[in-house]
Design a protein. Structure first.
Length: 339
């Protein structure tokens, strides 16, 4: 099978390409970086093109015999960008797999674990709004034309080579003996998906006929409280964790963006549990997460030590705001904030 991947050299896309190559697929990657070919496995073709340049993309894709498309890169991607790809690869396409996001599920979520039957809503974030527009466009193409689409909705991907400032946020602080701020009692539940498991789900979506016309939430096997997550980070890094518990209302005293708790803790800022059911993906795709959260974090920390954390694009290494917040927390509870 010849597969076209839109964005195959960074984090999830890179792991997907490596997974496909291991399983004998022919892979071509469309990349915005003209040096992307150096980051691709041998035998993978790289097409240098900004997908927003529709004329150039059509010229690069027209007449190419692709059996499937994996749409991973976000430019941000809009329905008209997908239409160009679909029209270019033609009607012989066997699968179009689109990477959406678990944030499309309507808030608040009060029934756990949450399934794909939960209502969707674009909310206020442009990123989520765009993802949902693309989902709706693809489902219309499926119902109207029979286009063989599949939607994957990942939840908080983490692991080696990440450019998202998630676990790296905490690695930066723990390795520098910095405290970790915990909203309330740390009882809110969250969930993460290891990048190798996420990549495998995209391969499975290519191979299972049951996947056509379906959406799947993909994440890890465990849900975990923030308090327990911080403890696990301490175990993985071998550092003693200094926990600072605080009233989330104190964040209102700061101008935007205010105190950064790490990109992965957005759900905690909105005082919302997160716990998704992956039974549908397990039954229809054969998806079974291989890595526990501890195993995945150990791999992520090894990569962090190897690279010095230099892959994160939204890295926050100025601790002045956090020191100011620590003083505020101490004044509010009359202590150091440490349990």
């Amino acid at each position: 099978m010849q597969v076209l991947i839109m964005g195959g050299t960074r984090f999830l896309g890179k792991f997907i390409v490596e997974t496909l190559v291991r399983h004998g697929y022919g892979v071509t990657s469309v990349n915005i970086d003209e040096n992307a070919s150096s980051r691709l496995p041998p035998g993978v073709e790289s097409i240098f093109c900004n997908r927003k340049d529709h004329a150039k993309l059509r010229g690069a894709l027209d007449g190419r015999p692709f059996d499937a498309v994996l749409d991973i890169g976000n430019a941000p991607t809009l329905p008209e960008d997908i239409a160009v790809v679909l029209d270019s690869v033609g009607p012989a396409l066997k699968r179009y797999v689109f990477c959406s996001t678990s944030t499309v599920y309507k808030k608040p979520i009060v029934i756990f674990p949450t399934t794909e039957d939960h209502p969707v809503d674009g909310g206020s974030r442009p990123y989520t709004q765009n993802k949902l527009k693309c989902e709706e466009f693809l489902f219309v193409r499926f119902r109207r034309d029979g286009t063989p689409i599949t939607i994957i909705r990942p939840r908080h991907i983490y692991g080696p080579e990440s450019y998202e400032y998630r676990e790296g946020f905490f690695f930066d602080r723990l390795t520098r003996d910095r405290p970790v701020f915990i909203p309330g009692e740390g009882s809110l539940i969250t969930q993460f998906g290891y990048v190798e498991d996420m990549a495998e789900s995209f391969r499975l979506a290519l191979e299972r006929d049951e996947a056509v016309g379906q959406a799947y939430t993909i994440t890890g096997k465990e849900c975990i409280t923030f308090n327990a997550y911080v403890d696990l980070l301490g175990k993985v890094t071998g550092r003693k964790v200094k926990k600072i518990f605080f009233d989330p209302k104190l964040l209102e005293k700061f101008d935007k963006p205010g105190l950064s708790l790490g990109e992965s803790l957005h759900s905690l800022k909105t005082n919302s549990h997160i716990c998704y059911d992956v039974s549908k993906a397990k039954e229809q795709l054969g998806y079974v997460p291989r890595f526990s959260l501890e195993e995945g974090l150990r791999k992520a920390f090894a990569w962090y030590l190897q690279t010095g954390g230099n892959t994160y694009v939204k890295r926050v290494m100025n601790f002045e705001l956090e020191d100011e917040f620590l003083r505020l927390v101490s004044a509010a509870d009359g202590s150091t904030g440490r349990p």
